[in-house]
Design a protein around this ligand. Sequence first.
Ligand SMILES: Nc1ncnc2c1ncn2[C@@H]1O[C@H](COP(=O)(O)OP(=O)(O)OP(=O)(O)O)[C@@H](O)[C@H]1O
Length: 310
Amino acid sequence: MQSIISVNNLTKTYASGHSALKGINLEIRRGEIFALLGPNGAGKTTLINIICGIVNPSQGHVLADGHDVVRDYKAARSRIGLVPQELSTDAFESVWATVSFSRGLFGKAPHPAHIEKILRDLSLWDKKDAKIRTLSGGMKRRVMIAKALSHEPQILFLDEPTAGVDVELRRDMWQMVRGLRENGVTIILTTHYIEEAEEMADRIGVIRKGEIILVEDKAVLMEKLGKKQLKLHLQRPLSSIPNGLGGSQFEHQLELSADGNELIYTFDAQSEQTGIAGLLRQLSEHGIDFKDLQSSQSSLEEIFVNLVKA
Ligand SMILES: Nc1ncnc2c1ncn2[C@@H]1O[C@H](COP(=O)(O)OP(=O)(O)OP(=O)(O)O)[C@@H](O)[C@H]1O
């Protein structure tokens, strides 16, 4: 599939000498939702800011819809909408004026019907004449999103869009993101709420200390790196895993919950032999009865934590 963003050997060393990006290569596919995950300080915002032409790269180059973000800044930037982490709007302007003005900045002709649609989609229509400074934090964030969409960008960056927003806004936002994607907009988001990435993204990229350590289809990633767990709720609590069991082939896969009521068996989701049958046999030989059992697959969050701590 054709890339809409192409990042080539990108490095960024800040004036402080800090090396924030170390040779990033990344292709974003047209029309996808791409989640960029990484711990604090990994370089997510730096990467987004370079693609959006806010920060200059030290080396390498980026094409946005075929336009170099430095040499052909205006054309590249007009394709992109950015919802930054920080709220920054003109406090004394009205919502309508702020969003309309933002469209004008990209050299687009006024299009009141489009602005109205955005404001309605973001439940801002009632507030269109309100001054930004009178709005709540959540409403201000909606205005930031409206601004980013005002010039009908093909690419939308959402940098931590749901940090500190309530459930309702979060739900509205994801509904809107899905709608945009249906209309062909490519969406790149960073988030610390991994369950959001798990729910929304088509592909996941993980950045750590300025390097992309993984880019993968979400489903493939979950399948490849996911572990499965079998949780056995015991009839009678155990004080420890019985010797025979602990020393067996299951030694590194068995865990006892702190209250001794649950035995947790972790196994490789890929493996043909899960070992469950053998485990159940051994439990019965040890006279360990259980009243219920439950199996689960590791979440993207668990996979992510394991990846970045390595
Ligand atoms: N203007 C700057 N000057 C010097 N260092 C900077 C500057 N901006 C960012 N950094 C450093 O570069 C590194 C990457 O920062 P960046 O904001 O890109 O990370 P991030 O992945 O977005 O983090 P977070 O999840 O906390 O937003 C950090 O160590 C940060 O301190």
